[in-house]
Unconditional design. Sequence first.
Length: 244
Amino acid sequence: MNERSAFARWSFRLALLAAVVGVLAVLGHRLGVMDFRLAIFGLMGSTLIGLAAALSGVAGIAITLMGRKGGTVFAAAGLVLGLVVAVPVLLAAQAGSAVPRIHDISTDLQDPPKFVAVRALRTPQHNSLEREEPGNLGELQQAGYPDLGPALIERHPGQVFEEALALVKERGWEVVAVSVENGTIEATDTTALMGFKDDVVIRVREEAGKALVDMRSASRVGQSDLGTNAKRIEAFLSDLKNAG
């Protein structure tokens, strides 16, 4: 049997290292023992290692196909595992580069729904909920999401409020506060992979016998949300329109 290619060996080793670094970054942040900046740095590191593993795997496969060395299985495994680690992070980064670097999205830029109960859950280390502080949130949002706006639903506001609350619970968001008097629902959504917490407030008001629904979604950490908050709002309001 031919000696195993060094590229094949290193491809598999680097791929395993990339997977370990990525898992540690995710678990470290989710368990609260790692700051989100360090976790992001860890994911970036695992991505670079994963790409190195994939390139080594390609070289290893090429060498084995020429019959000079063995180790095709190791090279292929390193290639696949390296891509599995690297590609999701690269796709997220690509998506983030196409949207504004903002973390607070509202369907009403003139009178954004206000967080009340959620403020008690935030610390000074979290992003501010004062939209005026960054200075250009509204301009950036209009440039990046020009079509994002409130939903006018042809149903009774009280009915739409109950449907919105049911939809929040159905999505598994943590309900923080419900104010029937103010027509507001405050909740927290936790992202699936990294466990980032984004706070949401939904406001239902009456307008000409219909329900005018505004929504605001704000990330607790990070300058950019990679488009997550806008997608959350668009998906929720679309489902709410169809709830009746």
